[in-house]
Ligand binder design. Sequence first.
Ligand SMILES: *Cc1c(COP(=O)(O)O)cnc(C)c1O
Length: 396
Amino acid sequence: MSDQSQYLKSSRLITAHYGEEYEHYYNAVVPPVFMNSLNVFESLDDYYEFDRRDKHKYCYGRVQNPTVRILEDKIGALEHGIGALAFASGMAAATTAVLSVCRAGCHVVCVHNAYGPLKAFLDGYCREHMDISTTYVEGDRLEEFENAVTDNTSLIILESPSSVIFSLQDIRGVKKIAEECNAKIYIDNTFCTPIYQQPLDLGADIVMHTTSKYIGGHSDVIGGMLAVKDPELMEKFLAYRELFGGIVGPMEAWLMIRGLRTMEVRIAKHQETAMEVARFLEGHPKVRKVNYPGLPSHPQYELMKRQQSGNTGLLSFEIDGTAKQAAELAESLKIFKIGVSWGGFESLVFLPHARQTPENCRVLRGDQNIIRIHCGLEGTDALISDLESAFARLFP
Ligand SMILES: *Cc1c(COP(=O)(O)O)cnc(C)c1O
């Protein structure tokens, strides 16, 4: 393989060129989709003696695939890890991480604002089938982690910033606490992408992404990723991915490689628009609160600046009105479509707590009327005027 170390100098070079070996595919500037389920061998010895870590040796698509491998090399490099593995969804990546690190009967500490289905997995499957107990913390203060960990804690699950109220956790601080009890730190880095935050450098052990968001970037693919810095963990994830069967398909991997090439320029635009939209909302008389880590009014703005080099296009706000009025506002928007996902080219709106109990809303620190929007790439002026008109219809 040609020397690729020059590409490691910048994230743009990584997304454009790293991990690609033009000489192996007729100098095509875009690598092919290796749409094969298996690779054949010259001899039985060749098969039995090949090293699975060798980039040029493959046996079966559930184990590894050359197109998937390119994606993994890029994400591993962007996250400053020793490598990364791609999965068929963010949840396939997340559950593989939990099941690889946790033993039956162990203890997990998780932030309340972690992704809902991951909490459902901990509270359902892990508790019922593996006797794993989970302690939830808000996670804004390090004392909460100190008080929550036990000698039996194997895993600390973070999501910073979280994706409804955008609360942060001090990753370096949690690292010190995790070291004392020998726990691994898992962090969902989907909001920042590997461009705006590299948690492995701050002390995290496992970085998870759903590539269904900004890495795919076009709302046309579902996928997940785990990046690590510890070779032992990498071996485990590779072995268990093969057994659980969660590898991503080659076509999806190819779409993610394509998404990655423009990710840095896309998220810069998402950020620019989100900042302007956040400022517009902050100045609106009918808005009570705006949650966006890029705003100096965010309670953890200083921590954000220490850990992140940017923010992306997702934010939330609470109107000075009822949950019913919030729903009316969301439904009255024209460009922002109602939908749960984010990270694509399109603007979206959702009321993530509309069906939560008031008690859960207190725990999650967001009222039933909290409105989450994803600022897409349709243009800042168009989005602000869409919001302005919807406010004007609701509060004439
Ligand atoms: C969407 C999402 C996930 C789950 O990813 P899938 O690819 O849908 O499985 C995990 N974490 C966050 C923060 C998400 O937004």
